[in-house]
Design a protein. Structure first.
Length: 158
Protein backbone atom coordinates (compact mmCIF):
# COMPACT_ATOMS: atom_id res chain seq x y z
CA UNK A 1 0.00 0.00 0.00
CA UNK A 2 1.12 3.51 -0.66
CA UNK A 3 0.34 6.61 1.35
CA UNK A 4 -1.30 9.71 -0.13
CA UNK A 5 -1.92 13.03 1.59
CA UNK A 6 -4.85 15.34 0.96
CA UNK A 7 -5.98 18.72 2.21
CA UNK A 8 -8.87 18.62 4.67
CA UNK A 9 -11.00 21.48 5.95
CA UNK A 10 -12.49 21.18 9.44
CA UNK A 11 -15.18 23.36 10.99
CA UNK A 12 -17.95 23.18 13.55
CA UNK A 13 -21.45 23.17 12.09
CA UNK A 14 -24.29 23.32 14.60
CA UNK A 15 -23.81 20.37 16.98
CA UNK A 16 -21.01 18.53 15.16
CA UNK A 17 -17.66 18.93 13.45
CA UNK A 18 -17.35 18.43 9.70
CA UNK A 19 -14.14 17.52 7.85
CA UNK A 20 -14.14 17.81 4.06
CA UNK A 21 -11.65 16.68 1.41
CA UNK A 22 -12.26 18.73 -1.76
CA UNK A 23 -9.85 16.62 -3.83
CA UNK A 24 -12.12 13.59 -3.63
CA UNK A 25 -15.44 15.14 -2.60
CA UNK A 26 -15.78 13.27 0.70
CA UNK A 27 -16.71 14.46 4.16
CA UNK A 28 -16.71 13.02 7.63
CA UNK A 29 -18.54 14.10 10.76
CA UNK A 30 -17.88 13.66 14.45
CA UNK A 31 -18.29 15.09 17.92
CA UNK A 32 -14.70 16.41 17.85
CA UNK A 33 -12.41 17.67 15.08
CA UNK A 34 -10.28 14.51 15.41
CA UNK A 35 -13.35 12.26 15.13
CA UNK A 36 -14.45 14.11 11.98
CA UNK A 37 -10.94 13.78 10.49
CA UNK A 38 -10.86 10.05 11.32
CA UNK A 39 -14.24 9.53 9.66
CA UNK A 40 -13.03 11.49 6.61
CA UNK A 41 -9.81 9.45 6.40
CA UNK A 42 -11.76 6.16 6.50
CA UNK A 43 -14.25 7.29 3.85
CA UNK A 44 -11.47 8.63 1.60
CA UNK A 45 -9.45 5.39 1.86
CA UNK A 46 -12.58 3.33 1.08
CA UNK A 47 -13.44 5.59 -1.86
CA UNK A 48 -9.96 5.32 -3.38
CA UNK A 49 -9.75 1.55 -2.74
CA UNK A 50 -13.04 1.15 -4.64
CA UNK A 51 -11.53 2.91 -7.65
CA UNK A 52 -12.66 6.44 -6.87
CA UNK A 53 -10.89 9.23 -8.71
CA UNK A 54 -9.71 12.63 -7.66
CA UNK A 55 -12.27 15.25 -8.62
CA UNK A 56 -9.94 18.24 -8.47
CA UNK A 57 -6.50 19.36 -7.42
CA UNK A 58 -7.54 19.80 -3.79
CA UNK A 59 -6.59 23.47 -3.65
CA UNK A 60 -8.96 25.60 -1.59
CA UNK A 61 -9.21 29.37 -1.45
CA UNK A 62 -10.68 31.07 1.60
CA UNK A 63 -12.65 34.16 0.66
CA UNK A 64 -15.26 36.49 2.09
CA UNK A 65 -18.89 36.21 0.99
CA UNK A 66 -21.02 39.32 1.43
CA UNK A 67 -24.72 38.60 1.80
CA UNK A 68 -27.49 41.20 1.67
CA UNK A 69 -30.51 39.73 3.44
CA UNK A 70 -33.77 41.19 4.71
CA UNK A 71 -33.41 42.70 8.15
CA UNK A 72 -35.11 40.40 10.63
CA UNK A 73 -36.46 43.45 12.49
CA UNK A 74 -38.01 44.73 9.23
CA UNK A 75 -37.10 48.31 10.07
CA UNK A 76 -38.27 50.73 7.40
CA UNK A 77 -35.05 52.75 7.51
CA UNK A 78 -32.89 49.65 7.02
CA UNK A 79 -34.78 47.02 4.99
CA UNK A 80 -31.68 44.87 4.39
CA UNK A 81 -28.75 43.85 6.53
CA UNK A 82 -25.33 43.02 5.13
CA UNK A 83 -23.42 40.04 6.54
CA UNK A 84 -19.94 38.78 5.72
CA UNK A 85 -19.04 35.10 6.07
CA UNK A 86 -15.98 33.04 5.20
CA UNK A 87 -16.37 31.07 2.00
CA UNK A 88 -14.45 28.11 0.62
CA UNK A 89 -13.77 27.88 -3.12
CA UNK A 90 -12.41 24.87 -4.96
CA UNK A 91 -12.48 23.30 -8.41
CA UNK A 92 -14.27 20.00 -8.85
CA UNK A 93 -14.12 18.40 -12.30
CA UNK A 94 -15.50 21.07 -14.68
CA UNK A 95 -17.11 23.30 -12.03
CA UNK A 96 -16.23 25.55 -9.16
CA UNK A 97 -17.72 24.87 -5.74
CA UNK A 98 -18.31 27.61 -3.17
CA UNK A 99 -19.44 26.79 0.34
CA UNK A 100 -20.52 29.01 3.21
CA UNK A 101 -20.24 26.77 6.27
CA UNK A 102 -21.69 29.41 8.61
CA UNK A 103 -24.99 29.54 6.69
CA UNK A 104 -24.88 25.93 5.47
CA UNK A 105 -25.10 26.53 1.72
CA UNK A 106 -23.03 25.22 -1.18
CA UNK A 107 -23.31 26.13 -4.88
CA UNK A 108 -21.62 25.15 -8.13
CA UNK A 109 -20.84 27.43 -11.04
CA UNK A 110 -18.95 27.34 -14.31
CA UNK A 111 -16.63 30.03 -12.93
CA UNK A 112 -15.55 30.86 -9.39
CA UNK A 113 -17.35 34.20 -9.60
CA UNK A 114 -20.60 32.59 -10.75
CA UNK A 115 -20.44 30.13 -7.84
CA UNK A 116 -19.71 33.01 -5.41
CA UNK A 117 -22.71 34.96 -6.72
CA UNK A 118 -24.95 31.89 -6.45
CA UNK A 119 -23.89 31.09 -2.88
CA UNK A 120 -24.52 34.72 -1.84
CA UNK A 121 -28.03 34.49 -3.33
CA UNK A 122 -28.66 31.12 -1.63
CA UNK A 123 -27.43 32.46 1.71
CA UNK A 124 -29.72 35.49 1.38
CA UNK A 125 -32.67 33.14 0.78
CA UNK A 126 -31.78 31.06 3.84
CA UNK A 127 -31.49 34.19 5.97
CA UNK A 128 -34.99 35.28 4.96
CA UNK A 129 -36.36 32.38 7.01
CA UNK A 130 -33.89 32.06 9.85
CA UNK A 131 -31.71 34.37 11.93
CA UNK A 132 -28.16 34.98 10.74
CA UNK A 133 -25.45 33.11 12.63
CA UNK A 134 -24.16 35.22 15.50
CA UNK A 135 -20.57 34.59 14.39
CA UNK A 136 -18.64 33.24 11.45
CA UNK A 137 -17.30 29.69 11.59
CA UNK A 138 -13.65 29.05 12.37
CA UNK A 139 -12.11 26.89 9.65
CA UNK A 140 -9.02 24.75 10.21
CA UNK A 141 -6.92 23.36 7.40
CA UNK A 142 -5.42 19.94 8.12
CA UNK A 143 -3.73 17.18 6.18
CA UNK A 144 -5.00 13.62 6.09
CA UNK A 145 -2.92 10.66 4.98
CA UNK A 146 -4.66 7.58 3.68
CA UNK A 147 -3.46 4.16 2.60
CA UNK A 148 -4.27 3.35 -0.99
CA UNK A 149 -3.87 -0.18 -2.37
CA UNK A 150 -1.23 -0.57 -5.07
CA UNK A 151 -2.90 -0.37 -8.45
CA UNK A 152 -5.70 1.93 -7.26
CA UNK A 153 -5.78 4.96 -9.51
CA UNK A 154 -6.06 8.12 -7.43
CA UNK A 155 -5.17 10.51 -10.24
CA UNK A 156 -7.58 13.18 -11.40
CA UNK A 157 -10.38 11.90 -13.59
CA UNK A 158 -10.34 13.17 -17.16
Amino acid sequence: MRQESYLAIVYRYRDRYVAECPAVGNEGEGETPDAALSALSRRTAEYLAAGGKRLGDGQVVLTQITVAAPNQARQAEQPTQTYTFTGLVWREEDSYVVESPAVGVTCLGETAQEALDLVAEAAASVLEDQPAPSEDITIRVESITVSVPEGADAVKAS
